[in-house]
Write a new protein. Sequence first.
Length: 66
Amino acid sequence: MIAQNSMMAASKGAAANSSLSLSTVATAQFIKEAGLGLGMGLGIGAFLAVGSAIVGWMIWRKYLRE
């Protein structure tokens, strides 16, 4: 029983020592969200650029044939 109590106390102490502050978690969340937003923005921008280039090329090719 004493060994079990000491193990429970040790696990509670380890959990308390490993807790992160709210500002650290908020900073990490902000960096994650900013990275996701930047990645999605660049991805959508690249998609639109490639799509516009293909449509422009198709229109240009059509007018060259006429």
